[in-house]
Design a protein around this ligand. Structure first.
Ligand code: CTP
Length: 406
């Protein structure tokens, strides 16, 4: 994946122990295809050396406004002009206060002030002790910086280097990377609410055993991520999978089809778009033993009776909101053969505007996939790509199909 290919990021470091995370962040940005120019304050250089940052970014680091390497001696102008974004990580409480007042007595703050404000976004990753974070001055500064057009990326919570526990830690490098990638995605679903079901369901036989399937949940999680990147508010109803929750997505964990139905119906009244990507088990055992079912001896085979699970997508699609066009439903068809024919049949049977077909064994557990979009007008093919890339294309396609006034 190269989600930042062609992007030039100026990575600013102000003073704070979280500078050690900036090294990992710098590598991650480069791994995603960005070019990185590091600018450090004098305080940042107390925590991590410019040598480390130069080696990782493969560019000389700038830390002084008097740096004579620039022919015009104006690094504060030159460094920001071709940047796609300036990301200050860590952004200390002091640096925030400086930015707020438009102070410019060292290179990083001078460069932030001198950046073309409409063309070069400024993203801040605060990092400080929990008391400093909670202080009214910091909260006030943050609100004003937001109003002035800076994007505050939030903070993590937990054990802090000072030994205290609370809010104010800098986000982890991978979280910052995900936020930066999301920042650059077009906001095609701004103001929309998206509901996604993902993963398999698990239908228990007893406390030890049950039936499930090979769905990894990766496609559904990728769709939740892509919808959030596109500016939607996203709820993800997830079957039993151990995937990380995409940033900014609300996750509801369930196990069985009945639990998935209940969680989905609770969220459905608020949703504008429903992606049913879950591989819901078609049947569940009629009885669920409270105790482990024991072997009864040689030759005696157990008999398990099954009953059909409710069809979650069908239930939602037959609801008043879907029928009146307030809720746009997207179904998935995981097949082993005759994909188009099966997808067309499901489109009709479920009464939905769009179904996305894929070949189950060619996608389960993999990082990539290929999709076939089937609607009443025809078939559109999305060739093999990463699930996140396909999810972004699908989200764009759905955004295009939404009723204009909705
Ligand atoms: N689906 C659902 N609830 C079910 C079964 C399926 O919400 N109990 C949804 C899936 O999330 C998917 C679509 O319906 O979006 C099609 O799922 P699939 O399992 O491929 O099809 P089925 O309707 O179960 O038909 P079949 O098993 O005969 O292929």
């Amino acid at each position: 994946m190269s989600d930042l290919a062609g992007k030039h990021i100026v990575l600013g470091l102000s003073g704070g122990i979280a500078c050690y995370k900036a090294a990992e962040l710098c590598r991650a940005l480069i791994r995603e295809g960005a070019t990185v120019q590091v600018v450090m304050t004098e305080a940042a250089a107390q925590f991590i050396t410019p040598v480390t940052m130069q080696a990782l970014s493969n560019q000389p680091v700038f830390s002084s406004q008097w740096d004579s390497r620039e022919p015009n001696n104006m690094p504060h102008i030159n460094l920001s002009r071709d940047a796609d974004a300036i990301l200050v990580a860590p952004c200390s409480a002091d640096f925030m206060a400086k930015l707020l007042h438009g102070r410019a007595d060292e290179l990083l703050s001078l460069m932030c002030l001198a950046r073309p404000i409409a063309a070069v976004p400024l993203l801040l990753a605060p990092a400080m002790n929990r008391e400093m974070w909670a202080h009214p001055a910091t909260q006030r500064n943050m609100a004003q910086l937001s109003a002035d057009g800076a994007h505050i990326l939030g903070v993590g919570s937990g054990f802090q280097a000072c030994g205290e526990t609370g809010d104010g830690r800098m986000l982890e490098p991978m979280e910052l990377l995900e936020d930066l990638i999301a920042f650059f995605q077009p906001k095609l679903l701004a103001g929309k609410r998206v509901l996604v079901t993902a993963g398999p369901t698990f239908e228990a036989l007893d406390p030890i055993r049950g039936i499930t399937n090979h769905s990894s949940g990766k496609m559904g999680f990728a769709i939740a991520r892509a919808a959030r990147e596109a500016g939607a508010e996203v709820t993800l109803v997830a079957g039993p999978v151990s995937l990380a929750t995409p940033r900014g997505v609300t996750r509801v964990d369930v196990k069985s089809a009945l639990q998935m139905l209940e969680a989905t119906m609770k969220e459905e009244p608020r949703a504008d778009i429903f992606f049913a990507t879950a591989a819901v088990a078609d049947w569940r055992p009629v009885t669920h033993s409270k105790e482990k079912i024991k072997k009864e001896g040689a030759g005696k085979d157990p008999v398990v009776a099954f009953t059909e699970n409710p069809d979650i997508l069908l239930t939602v699609a037959q609801g008043q909101r879907a029928r009146s066009g307030e809720l746009y439903c997207v179904g998935f068809a995981a097949e082993t053969h005759d994909l188009v024919a099966h997808a067309r049949a499901k489109l009709a049977r479920k009464g939905i505007p769009l179904i996305v077909g894929n070949i189950g064994p060619l996608t389960f557990g993999l990082e990539d996939n290929q999709l076939l979009l089937v609607d009443r007008h025809g078939v559109q093919e999305f060739p093999r790509a990463s699930k996140v890339a396909l999810a972004r294309r699908l989200v764009a396609e759905v955004a295009r199909r939404l009723p204009a006034a909705a």
